[in-house]
Structure formats: structure tokens, C-alpha cells
Design a protein around this ligand. Structure first.
Ligand SMILES: NC(=O)c1ccc[n+]([C@@H]2O[C@H](COP(=O)([O-])OP(=O)(O)OC[C@H]3O[C@@H](n4cnc5c(N)ncnc54)[C@H](OP(=O)(O)O)[C@@H]3O)[C@@H](O)[C@H]2O)c1
Length: 261
């Protein structure tokens, strides 16, 4: 996709990765509808001069917040949705109170699923469109201490793959990015300490943002950031391209039956 023709809804633009993404996308000539939950932080977000920028605060764990952002996106004539907003979720599963588990699932999985569902009919009408889902290495390599977070990110990865197959004959490309740890406020001091002790690399948000922007430009379907995370993710799903090809031949039949359900 040519970024100077892209009109992008970016969720979580007030966060570490979101702010880096907003800056790089605006610098590349994209028009942006930036979203955050905190209206003060959203108003304070500084972006390259000359870029077309609109701002909309919303809590995406509420139906009302999703509906408002989807409406604003249609009004903005968006052709790209970047589902970036998220929350961390470190803790042993049975030590996490249910409201915390709910918040992890609602923010990292339900919110992007809901927003994608609300915007997809609009995106399908655009001559060229993309949905970019910011997942996590834990979506492919589920990690102890991150059970609910891994479940949410694996769900987002599955949504991305299924939708990519379902939308193969439409103008909508589906891109899924799996970053490893990023140096942002999402990670608590306990997570930073854990990563340090395990020797887990932690990337700078500008570096990750550059890879997301490159994937959007090229229409890359799946990108895992970092090694050895790439290798482990591959080991978890070595046969996916074969399945892609197998399912591509069944798409028409699947669509036919979907009409009668
Ligand atoms: N940091 C990492 O190590 C890491 C690694 C892999 C993947 N990721 C993924 O990268 C993405 C960006 O994370 P980040 O590291 O940039 O995190 P961050 O700095 O904590 O930013 C999170 C963003 O999500 C927004 N948000 C949180 N809850 C929300 C809600 N209920 N409704 C709407 N927006 C909400 C925040 O808005 P407010 O600021 O207004 O609250 C903020 O803009 C996430 O999807 C995360 O899972 C991060």
C-alpha cells in the first residue's frame, strides 16, 4: 500500500508503540485518525507538521466506544485499521482476579475483534484496504505467566489468519505482526526484571514501528520480529502455508455454505 494514499485508524496511539507508529506513518504522508483512551494524552500527542490528523478518545472495551470509533473511521474515509491498543498481563493465572483476566481478554482480543467487525463492511468497499493486527510473540509461543495474554494474542492471530483466507477475493489485506518484548510502559518493572533475567531481548518502539510500516507498505501477511522468536514461532506452525493453499481451493464452497447458516 502506498502510504501517502492511506487513511489510517490507529488505536492505542498514546502508547509506546502507538506513538512511534503515528510519527512514522504521518511522516510517510498517511492521514491519521489517532485513538487513545486518555483524552489528555491524546491531545498532547505531537505529530509531524502538515499531516492530516484527527483524534478520538474511546474505551474500546465498551460497545459504545467501539461504535464511536467505527463511526469516526467511516467519516474519516479510512482504508486502513491498525489494531494496536492493548494491555499487559503478567501473573500466574490462578493469582489473577477474574476482573483482571476479563480486562486482558477484553482489551487484547474482544476490542480488536469488535472494531474489525464494525469496520469490515466499510473496508470491503474501498479500492485498497488493510487491517493490521498487533499481536505478540506469545500468540505463537504461549508463555507461562502470561496465560490470559497468550490466549488473547493467539486468538488475535487466529482471527487474522481466518480473515485473511476469508477476504482473499476482496481488496482487504490482513497483516499480523508478532513483536517480542518492546520497551514501553506496557511492561511492569516485574516484566522488565523477568526479561533481563531470562535474557529476553527488548526492542525499541521505533524499531518495531519501522517493521510494522514496512509490512503495511509491502502487504506482508505475517511478520515475527526478532530471532530466536522467529524460529520458535516457525516450529509452532511450520505447515501454515500448505494449509493456506489447501483452504484457498475451498473458499467458494465455504462462502456458499456461510450464506445458508
Ligand atoms: N510492550 C511489549 O513488550 C509488547 C510486546 C509485544 C506486543 N505488544 C503489543 O503492542 C501493542 C502496543 O502496546 P504498547 O507496548 O505500546 O503498550 P502501551 O505503551 O501500554 O500502550 C497501550 C495503548 O493501548 C491503549 N489502551 C489500553 N487500554 C485501552 C482500552 N480499554 N481502550 C482503548 N485503548 C486502550 C492505551 O491508551 P491510554 O494510554 O489512553 O490508556 C495506549 O494507547 C499492544 O497490542 C501490545 O499487546 C507489546
Amino acid at each position: 500500500m502506498q502510504l501517502n494514499q492511506a487513511r489510517i485508524v490507529l488505536t492505542g496511539a498514546t502508547g509506546g508503540l502507538g506513538e512511534a507508529l503515528a510519527g512514522q506513518l504521518a511522516a510517510a504522508g498517511a492521514a491519521l485518525l489517532v485513538h487513545g483512551r486518555d483524552s489528555g494524552r491524546l491531545a498532547a500527542l505531537t505529530l509531524p507538521a502538515g499531516a492530516e490528523i484527527k483524534r478520538l478518545p474511546a474505551d474500546l472495551t465498551t460497545a459504545e466506544g467501539v461504535a464511536r470509533l467505527a463511526e469516526a473511521a467511516r467519516h474519516f474515509r479510512a482504508n486502513v485499521l491498525i489494531n494496536n491498543a492493548g494491555v499487559g498481563g503478567f501473573g500466574l493465572f490462578d493469582g489473577q482476579a477474574w476482573p483482571e483476566v476479563e480486562r486482558i481478554l477484553a482489551t487484547n482480543l474482544q476490542a480488536p475483534v469488535h472494531l474489525t467487525h464494525a469496520l469490515l463492511p466499510w473496508l470491503k468497499e474501498q479500492p485498497a484496504a488493510a487491517i493490521v493486527n498487533i499481536g505478540s510473540a506469545f500468540g505463537s509461543i504461549p508463555f507461562a505467566g502470561f496465560a490470559a495474554y497468550s490466549a488473547a494474542k493467539a486468538g488475535l492471530r487466529a482471527l487474522s489468519t481466518a480473515l485473511r483466507r476469508e477476504l482473499a477475493d476482496t481488496p482487504v489485506r490482513v497483516i499480523h505482526i508478532s513483536p517480542r518484548a518492546i520497551d514501553t510502559p506496557l511492561n511492569s518493572p516485574a516484566v522488565n526484571a523477568l526479561n533481563l533475567e531470562l535474557g529476553n531481548a527488548c526492542d525499541h518502539p521505533e524499531r518495531v514501528a519501522a517493521q510494522v510500516v514496512a509490512a503495511l507498505r509491502k502487504g506482508t501477511a505475517e511478520r515475527h520480529i526478532g530471532f530466536p522468536e522467529q524460529l520458535f514461532a516457525w516450529l509452532n506452525g511450520a505447515a501454515r502455508p500448505l494449509v493456506d493453499r489447501g483452504l484457498a481451493g475451498k473458499l467458494a464452497t465455504i462462502k456458499q455454505h456461510a450464506k445458508t447458516r
